[in-house]
Design a protein around this ligand. Structure first.
Ligand code: BES
Ligand code: ZN
Length: 606
């Protein structure tokens, strides 16, 4: 069986790429190649209002219908632009609403037209937009708007072909109230005046999930010649200090994988309700403010989003079934950047924590979600956002690195990026490339069975490379001695422990840890009030499991303040098991502060 799988996995003839299960678009017949977006940002009505021009490639000369993706958009009019430049009203219909996919917009297109203009308005409930009142910003003076298009939310603010296989260049004009700055995932001019009228241009073809816009009271601080950070004035100095390593990380990534091809690399710090840690919007990574710990200890997240400039943004998963090609590669590259920037020990600790998360998550997942190659048809693509894509994907690449050696593997990865730059890829493309570039040239290093076990298998293979960070072994020994009463915590130099060592200490606290021991630990390391979001999160999660009540009030406050899904979803999940009343009361307060994406996942849980 295994051997048969191995043959299938490595089959030489690639089958025709299946259509994207998460898009209605008929991009095989008519494909967007350029978009111009013209939108007014209205905070009063919480809508974007304006039009988009779509320039099309006609791949099928007989095609007379253009199909676009939309969700909760009001379509006001559609015009087709004829060969002579004339705009004529075009017939259109909106299909039935699908809970996950939204509605298809079907436009009748004359034979001599390769351009349409759609006038529309977004809904205040658009899944890809969060409209924040001033109270939910750091400065509390001005409202804030940001988009989150991945995976299939771009369609809730622009009608388009919302599939990662479709790349297009774009330009935009955005108008906002005066005094607010608009930034998009394009080469922003750091010194634009906040006059309420902004223009943007993305000259590299990008997929729709990388369209992004943020509007708020934003100020800029440079980090290097081609990098800088945007944040609300209250956070700007802390952000610039935290992200001082950015330029160095870009240089490291370039030395490994080739030139950074996107011009500027800026960061934009969002309000705390941002549902993710980071989002790799081209030229302009969006970040949670919870990454600002004060000691630069969480900046692997910057390495991660930066790495997407190669894996994901340059070489993109064809559809969300191949998400591991985006995130597994990125997690691998992130770890290589971390190693070169901060040393092997820190990189090892980060990897080991990720491996632990994977091993914990695997048994909770449906078998179909435990494979690298997914089959998400009929489901929500966000279901694929698990440790499997990130960490199992990374470990597969690390296995190859260890078997072939970096002198062979690094140029292989670089060639993968170069040869597929600005393209869309799937798992079979990678396997074919792996076979011709590595397996056939260096036979006997990895077997087909081993590859199949990673790609199609539901477990983490026993031969997967595992990390044993030396500093974690020391932490384990200290924890054991302290718990047995043989060592006094006060006598240890806990002040010198790195963030990852603290997290490892916390995660390893056994069920028998006493309330008195937890209180001592809490007092010595100030865990319940930690300003480091990752430490606080690890502590609260353990506090729930060990029923340590003094942490509950600060946890409640954390849940009100921070909307990052990676933190709030596991905390509410754990609370619902033993403290459902507390969870419900807490969520009643925090829900208004959360992003629609976060609300949707926690509503389901409750
Ligand atoms: N692209 C992802 C975020 C994402 C994935 C948004 C799927 C929507 C759907 C981003 O690069 C990411 O992976 N962020 C992580 C950070 C990381 C260090 C693991 C996050 O948000 O936690
Ligand atoms: Zn990522």
């Amino acid at each position: 069986m295994r051997a048969l799988l191995a043959c299938l996995v490595l089959a030489a003839t690639p089958v025709l790429a299946a259509p994207d299960p998460h898009s209605y678009a008929n991009s095989d017949a008519l494909r967007m190649r350029h978009a111009h977006i013209d939108l007014a940002v209205d905070f009063e009505s919480r809508t974007l209002h304006g039009f988009v021009d779509l320039h099309l490639d006609r791949r099928d000369p007989a095609a007379r219908e253009l199909v676009l993706d939309t969700r909760a958009l009001t379509i006001e009019s559609v015009h087709a632009v004829h060969a002579d430049g004339r705009y004529a009203p075009a017939r259109f219909v909106l299909g039935n609403e699908d809970r996950i996919l939204g509605r298809a917009l079907r436009i009748t297109l004359p034979a001599d037209s390769e351009r349409v203009r759609v006038h529309y308005r977004s809904s205040p409930q658009a899944s890809g937009l969060q409209w924040l009142p001033p109270e939910l910003t750091a400065g509390k003076r001005h409202p804030f708007l940001f988009t989150q298009s991945q995976a299939i939310h771009a369609r809730s603010w622009v009608p388009l072909q919302d599939s990662p296989a479709v790349r297009f260049t774009w330009t935009a004009r955005i108008t906002t109230p005066k005094g607010l700055l608009a930034r998009m995932a394009a080469n922003n001019h750091p010194h634009d005046a906040a006059d309420g009228d902004y223009r943007f241009e993305m000259r590299q073809p990008v997929p729709s999930y990388l369209l992004a816009l943020a509007v708020g009271e934003l100020k800029f601080a440079p980090l290097g010649d081609r990098s800088g950070v945007y944040a609300e004035p209250e956070l700007l100095e802390a952000a610039a200090h935290e992200f001082a390593d950015t330029e160095r990380m870009i240089e490291i990534a370039e030395s490994l994988y080739g030139r950074y091809r996107w011009g500027r690399y800026d960061l934009l710090v969002l309000p705390a309700s941002f549902p993710f840690g980071g989002m790799e919007n081209p030229c302009l990574t969006f970040l949670t403010p919870t990454v600002i710990a004060g000691d630069r200890s969480l900046v692997e997240l910057i390495a991660h989003e930066l790495a997407h400039s190669w894996s994901g943004n340059l070489v993109t998963n064809r559809d969300w079934n191949h998400f591991w090609l985006n995130e597994g590669f990125t997690t691998y590259v992130e770890n290589r950047i971390a190693e070169a920037a901060f040393g092997v020990e820190r990189a090892d600790m980060g990897r080991q924590l990720a491996e632990r998360d994977l091993v914990e998550e695997l048994p909770t997942l449906a078998p179909a979600l435990r494979r690298l190659r997914l089959d998400l048809a009929g489901g929500d693509p966000d279901e694929g956002m698990t440790e499997v894509a990130y960490t199992k994907g990374m470990l597969f690449l690390r296995l190859l690195e260890l078997r072939f050696g970096r002198e062979t593997f690094d140029p292989f990865v670089r060639k993968w990026f170069d040869e597929h730059a600005f393209g869309a890829v799937d798992t079979d493309d990678f396997l074919a490339f792996l076979r011709s570039e590595l397996l056939e040239r260096h036979p006997g290093k990895v077997s087909g069975e081993e590859i199949a076990a990673f790609i199609e298998g539901e477990d983490l293979p026993a031969f997967a490379p595992r990390t044993h960070a030396s500093r974690f072994a020391a932490i384990d020994a200290l924890r054991t001695e302290w718990l047995a009463g043989r060592r006094d915590l006060g006598a240890l130099d806990t002040g010198a422990w790195a963030t990852q060592e603290r997290i490892h200490f916390i995660e390893g606290l056994p069920a028998e840890t006493t309330a008195a021991q937890l209180a001592t630990l809490d007092a010595q390391l100030a865990l319940s009030r930690s300003g480091n979001s990752e430490i606080a999160f690890a502590w609260y999660l353990r506090a729930i499991a060990l029923d340590y009540r003094p942490a509950f009030a600060p946890m409640d406050e954390f849940l009100q303040r921070i909307g990052r899904r990676k933190f709030v979803l596991p905390l509410y999940t754990a609370l619902m098991r033993a403290h459902a009343d507390f969870a419900r009361a807490s969520y009643a307060k925090s829900r208004p502060n959360y992003h629609p994406i976060t609300r949707a996942s926690i509503d389901e849980l409750m």
